[in-house]
Design a protein around this ligand. Structure first.
Ligand SMILES: NC(=O)c1ccc[n+]([C@@H]2O[C@H](COP(=O)([O-])OP(=O)(O)OC[C@H]3O[C@@H](n4cnc5c(N)ncnc54)[C@H](O)[C@@H]3O)[C@@H](O)[C@H]2O)c1
Length: 369
């Protein structure tokens, strides 16, 4: 395909704007329309494109071939279903949905009309994560028997908490920060049984949302393998890492003091998480300067992503653009590119939520995953 692909962007805040600018920089791509209750005019002016007055108008537009969904988490379903109805490809930000039911319906709607659906699971594009997957696939750390991950920090009260702090609109830390759960399952496969404890233990006053601020999730996999994930904003000692423990060694992705370290019977070594040591250092500085610890810091419509994140966004949209233009799907991106990684992570998140609600161990098949 040589013709220019025309993109419509739904949601013109922090990430919608970043995605739109990255798309505008791709060869054979242009952003032709923006829909967003706020910030649409600014973004459209920057890109020299039009705005629409509704999601439906954008998805139906003749000069839109692809829809980028970057609205708040609860508002991903409607634009995706509408895009599929009009035969448009979809790139949907994470978490793609706040229930397995919606996620399944969104992917099925796209698949049934033969359009692409890809989730914005951006960690797949980190150079260090790609290397970690190869290290593990090559057997360097043996059989992975345990994954541990944390994305924690502390939040102070803010004036008028954003949608990102509301259970109904973001799904809370479990859904909003789905990246680590997704990465654990990318390496270990679909969790079978899960338990979750926690609640809102330290943020009940005015100035906070209603999300749970301390979540402790345990995942069980086939063949006696396990994972444990800590999430939330009630942690005065912030942590952000993913660690895989194997029978011959271990590999730790540090997203705070940024870098990747391998320790194995065949030796110890390290490599950058991002494209360069400089990008890793940039993120490390950013985390150190953040009052919340970095992992639970949120962008706002008036901010632009840092360089390391902009680079990732560029690689992510370039992959999606190639896919829509009929390019091959590299094996490493197969589950990302057909929606199954998104489906698997939302299934597990739903099972964890049910476990917390009903105070019991939940099998993921109860959800449908
Ligand atoms: N992949 C990542 O690393 C990453 C990082 C940040 C955000 N995100 C995701 O991007 C999405 C947007 O987050 P953000 O940080 O840009 O939020 P934001 O608050 O900065 O912007 C949200 C935008 O959506 C618009 N909006 C509100 N309701 C809408 C609706 N019903 N339909 C369409 N637009 C609506 C708002 O006017 C605003 O312009 C979320 O799903 C978030 O999880 C992903």
């Amino acid at each position: 395909m040589t013709r220019t692909l025309r993109y419509g962007v739904v949601g013109a805040g922090y990430f919608g704007a970043a995605l739109a600018h990255a798309i505008a920089g791709l060869p054979n791509a242009e952003v032709t329309a923006v829909f967003s209750p706020r910030h649409a005019d600014e973004l459209a002016e920057q890109l020299g494109c039009g705005t629409t007055s509704s999601v439906e108008e954008l998805t139906a537009a003749k000069d839109v071939d692809v829809v980028v969904v970057a609205s708040p988490n609860h508002a991903h379903v409607k634009p995706t279903l509408s895009a599929a109805r009009h035969g448009k490809h979809v790139f949907c930000e994470k978490p793609v949905a706040l229930s397995y039911h919606d996620c399944d319906a969104m992917i099925a709607a796209c698949t049934s009309v033969g359009v692409q659906f890809m989730a914005g699971h951006i960690m797949h594009f980190m150079d260090g994560v790609r290397r970690v997957r190869n290290v593990i696939a090559d057997g360097v750390i043996g059989d992975v028997i345990l994954a541990r991950a944390a994305r924690t920090g502390w939040e102070d009260a803010i004036t008028g908490p954003s949608w990102k702090k509301s259970r109904e609109h973001s799904g809370g830390h479990l859904y909003h920060h789905i990246h680590e759960l997704d990465l654990v399952q990318l390496v270990m496969g679909q969790a079978r049984r899960v338990t979750m404890s926690g609640g809102n233990v330290a943020h009940r006053a005015a100035g906070f949302g209603d999300e749970d601020d301390l979540l402790l999730a345990t995942l069980e996999f086939d063949e006696n393998r396990f994972a444990f994930i800590e999430l939330g904003s009630a942690f005065r000692w912030p942590e952000h890492y993913v660690l895989f423990q194997g029978t011959l060694g271990a590999v730790r992705i540090d997203l705070q003091n940024v870098g990747v370290e391998v320790r194995s019977t065949s030796g110890n070594w390290s490599f950058p998480l991002h494209r360069s040591i400089e990008e890793d250092a940039e993120r490390t500085r950013e985390y150190r300067a953040s009052s919340s610890g970095g992992g639970v810091t949120y962008g706002s419509p008036s901010s632009r992503p840092p360089g390391w994140l902009e680079g990732l966004i560029e690689r992510e949209v370039a992959h999606f653009h190639r896919l829509v233009r009929g390019g091959p799907v590299p094996v490493e991106f197969a589950t990302l590119s057909d929606g199954s990684a998104a489906r698997a992570s939302i299934a597990t998140a739903d099972a964890l939520r049910l476990s917390l609600q009903e105070d019991r161990k939940v099998s993921v098949v109860e959800i449908g995953g």
